[in-house]
Ligand binder design. Structure first.
Ligand code: SF4
Length: 278
């Protein structure tokens, strides 16, 4: 099945609202797709990103996520069937189309979401194909399903962008509505394998700007020895309209973006542990 004709696979931005694009795929086909990776569900591809890994990136945004982060700016990606059904061949053709440019711009392909490892077989096969083209590969993940990838499969991923919502269990449940033991275990496994990692942390005033929490996360990250960079991502309200349109209960209405001083203070916590933070 090719991408639905009415909605282009490429979007100008992941902030485009996309729903129900995979509704017509039957349950059996969905199960087969998840098992084999022959087909995936994508919110979209976007081109020209300078913020999703090194260089200029092609980003494939997958649908489905098991977290419910209060600050999620793409809640339309929580549901698998909101995505466009895309064959593996079509996804690989999209990467091939940009492969030479991505290499010239020292960029690559990033699989993001949603949570890409909800579709681990499809995601892995796209990343493997990109790797075989000589394209740098990155996986942006919340880490919860990291165990779905074997050590050998992780070798096809040049960089893991690990989105850490919190360090302590209680705070993680508060922010993302779910426990984080598997996330911590995945980070430790990547470290044991010597796989390079960037750590990302969304700074939300009144929710995640908790110095003790960040200090514990920074200690943990520094101890891993493979974190090449920590990115503090300032919260914004670009996704609020999606919560409203989807009829979801948005808890962060009226919360301001963090100030430059708040962002700098967060960066300083990580930098003080010897981490490269920005
Ligand atoms: S992990 Fe990402 S996609 Fe999932 S709820 Fe959190 S911010 Fe949204």
């Amino acid at each position: 099945m090719e991408a639905a004709a009415a909605t282009p696979l490429e979007a100008t931005s992941p902030y485009e609202m996309r729903v129900n694009l995979g509704d017509e795929v039957g349950e059996v086909d969905v199960r087969t797709a998840l098992k084999t990776g022959d087909m995936g569900f994508l919110h979209s591809f976007t081109t020209g990103s300078a913020v999703d890994g090194p260089g200029i990136r092609l980003v494939a945004w997958t649908t489905a996520c098991m977290f419910r982060c209060q600050y999620c700016h793409n809640p339309d990606t929580w549901t698998l069937s909101n995505g466009i059904p895309v064959t593996l061949a079509a996804a690989i053709a999209e990467v091939q189309r940009y492969a030479n440019s991505l290499k010239r711009m020292n960029g690559g392909l990033t699989l993001s979401g949603g949570e890409p490892l909800m579709q681990d077989r499809f995601v892995l096969r796209v990343l493997e194909a990109a790797h075989a083209m000589g394209v740098h590969t990155a996986l942006e993940t919340n880490g919860f399903f990291g165990e779905r990838l074997s050590d050998e499969e992780l070798a096809d991923i040049d960089l893991v962008l690990l989105d850490m919502k919190a360090f302590t269990l209680e705070q993680h449940k508060r922010v993302a509505g779910i426990a984080n033991e598997p996330v911590i275990a995945f980070a430790e496994r990547l470290a044991a394998l010597g796989r390079p990692m960037w750590l990302r942390y969304v700074l939300v005033p009144g929710l995640t700007d908790v110095p003790e929490e960040m200090a514990r996360l920074a200690d943990f990250a520094a101890g891993l020895g493979v974190v090449e960079r920590v990115e503090i991502l300032p919260f914004h309200q670009l996704g609020e309209y999606k919560w409203t349109k989807l009829g979801l209960d948005y808890q962060l209405h009226g919360v301001e973006m963090p100030t430059r001083d708040q962002v700098d203070a967060a960066i300083a916590i990580f930098a003080s542990r010897g981490l490269k933070a920005c």
